[in-house]
Design a binder for this molecule. Structure first.
Ligand code: FAD
Ligand code: DLZ
Length: 507
């Protein structure tokens, strides 16, 4: 009796549900590089290298651990091109009598897994992915009957459930939230330890050659590839973060810098999303650093909130909302995505820096994604599905389950406020306050209108005016709408004309 155990490219954890406790003598683990997954989005070339190299390293570790592994390379001449094709072929080749897999993270692949039984003619056991801290059933139970699904409520519930950063039933440090302490702007002279980069080994270099040959037209440079591709490298990255950057993570969580790409961020998302690191162990490591006095509570709580809070919460929203979520468009935004999201030539220093960095490293930190790239698309009324497609394509950590709620919900407010209590819309003043981009920009952040004015300023009031019917009842927007209404009719008309002139130039 042989059990076939397919492992997906983002399931690279030795403790995976479908591997844990399995009888190795009667199992074959299948890892398959397939065109279907490489092509469903035009992934950045660094992401392709990262996923395939990590899969190949993981297969090697499994073999070294006594597993029998069937590994299918993208350039194998008889590669079937789809996960279903590879699963059916492997099942036949190894005489498997059963398939045991861990449920995929994304609707597209879950649906494919549910067809495997028919296509391979074998029973399939799909096990829950218990690397997440909250199961889909527990999230659904938490969400049931709630009037609003706010991350803060979810997060406090999780803190209480898990006991993480809790002391005697109360939040450590006496507060649930240290956001007020965590808004320091970038300042010149700030010493920022660099995140480690991992030199490509022979396996990664071989994959780089294959990706360069096979995906010549894809966005993204491979020159600076340095992502962790093994668990051991990912653990090194985690330790480097904890020892050199975690202590100031909170303070500069919202900062923007023209010259420093990563600030005090962890750069761990690609490793966590692939399964090289487990979210719980990353949280535990940060909490241990707090207990050991390595980092203050505002830093550790801020970091834990991102993983125990946001990461788990967006996954729950994604699963509850179903495949149609990516098509939500509550603000009826229809403008095409401007070409400068690919070419970095908008003339706006903050936006061009974020796009160029994305091209060169497949990374931008949260505030670049939300308050620069996302904010501009929101203000300009870009079709949220096009924004979603772009974000899904360009980051090393991009998987629909985490990207779509962040883009459709948090950034573009296209779900009408399911995820966020108000749109993250801001004028140039926010970008100016949080960092030094504006000093390097040809547009004037102090000017409100006209060709030389910061485009975020020219679009901000127009965004509010355009969406007044939908947004003006929102209590959190009371103040900006009160200001807008105090503008005299001539000024309002001029704002709308100026924005229209700018929008007409977006190509
Ligand atoms: P840090 O700032 O160091 O945060 C620590 C960890 O917390 C991250 O590694 C990540 O695991 C988790 N995290 C932080 N914020 C979020 C969040 N909002 N949602 C889920 N997890 C979070 N994250 C992805 O993993 N993949 C995506 O495709 C993705 N797309 C995004 C698109 C937009 C428009 C926005 C606003 C956010 C997106 N995020 C995405 C969330 C967040 O920006 C990234 O997780 C983070 O920038 C990754 O860098 P880091 O590891 O240095 O994170
Ligand atoms: C992202 C990705 C890519 C590019 N290629 C593969 C692949 O060839 N084979 C595979 O098993 N997984 C790949 N992945 C990761 C999958 O897209 C991921 O498992 C699904 O998005 C489910 O979350």
């Amino acid at each position: 009796m042989t059990v076939l155990r397919p492992v997906l490219g983002d399931q690279l954890s030795h403790s995976l549900a479908s591997l844990r406790g399995a009888d190795r003598a009667h199992s074959v683990v299948l890892l398959a590089e397939v065109a279907e997954e490489a092509d469903y989005a035009p992934h950045h070339r660094q992401k392709l290298v990262l996923v395939f190299s990590a899969m190949r390293h993981f297969a090697g570790e499994l073999e070294a651990g006594g597993w029998r592994v069937a590994y299918r390379r993208l350039d194998d001449p008889d590669n079937r091109g789809s996960l279903a094709g590879e699963v059916a072929a492997a099942a036949a080749a190894f005489g498997a009598t059963r398939i045991v897999a861990t449920r995929a993270a994304e609707h597209r692949v879950i649906a494919a897994q549910e067809r495997w039984a028919a296509e391979a003619g074998l029973p399939v056991d799909l096990l829950e992915d218990d690397r997440f801290l909250v199961s889909p059933a527990d999230f659904a139970a938490w969400a049931a009957g709630r009037r609003r699904l706010r991350m803060e409520d979810f997060y406090r519930w999780q803190r209480r459930e898990t006991g993480i950063l809790m002391e005697g039933g109360e939040p450590a440090g006496g507060q649930w939230n240290f956001d007020a302490d965590n808004r320091k702007p970038f300042r010149e002279g700030l010493a920022i330890p660099p995140a480690p980069a991992f030199a490509p080994d022979a396996v990664t270099r071989e994959v780089m050659g294959m990706v360069a040959r096979r995906f010549p037209g894809r966005f993204g440079s491979l020159d600076r590839f340095g992502w962790p591709v093994t668990r051991s490298e990912a653990l090194t990255a985690l330790e480097a973060f904890v020892h050199t950057r975690l202590a100031r993570f909170g303070d500069y969580q919202d900062a923007l810098s023209h010259h420093h790409e990563t600030l005090f961020h962890s750069l761990l998302s690609s490793s966590i999303n692939l399964g090289l690191l487990l979210p719980r162990e990353v949280i535990d490591r940060a909490v241990a650093a707090f207990s050991a006095g390595l980092a203050p509570i505002n830093a550790v709580e801020g970091f834990v909130r991102q993983i125990l809070g946001w990461r788990e919460y967006v996954r729950g929203i994604y699963l509850c909302e179903g495949p149609g979520y990516v098509r939500r468009n509550a603000l009826n935004a229809t403008r095409p995505l401007p070409g400068f999201y690919w070419t970095a030539d908008s003339g706006m220093a903050c936006l061009d820096r974020a796009v160029a960095q994305t091209r060169d490293s497949a990374y931008a930190h949260h505030i670049q994604r939300l308050m620069v790239l996302g904010n501009f698309a929101l203000l300009a009324g870009i079709d949220p599905f096009e924004v979603h497609e772009w974000f899904l394509a360009v980051y090393a950590d991009a998987y629909e389950w985490v990207e779509a709620p962040n883009v459709i919900g948090m950034s573009q407010y296209a779900d009408g406020g399911l995820l966020g209590s108000k749109p993250y819309a801001a004028s140039g003043a926010y970008i100016d306050r949080m960092g030094d981009h504006c000093r390097h920009c040809r547009f004037d952040v102090k000017a409100k209108s006209g060709p030389g004015a910061c485009p975020f300023n020219r679009l901000y009031w127009d965004f509010l005016a355009r969406n007044e019917e939908m947004l003006s009842a929102n209590q959190r927007l009371w103040q900006p709408y009160a200001t807008w209404r105090r503008f005299d009719p001539g000024r309002r008309a001029a704002v709308r004309r100026d924005a229209a002139a700018l929008l007409a130039t977006l190509g």
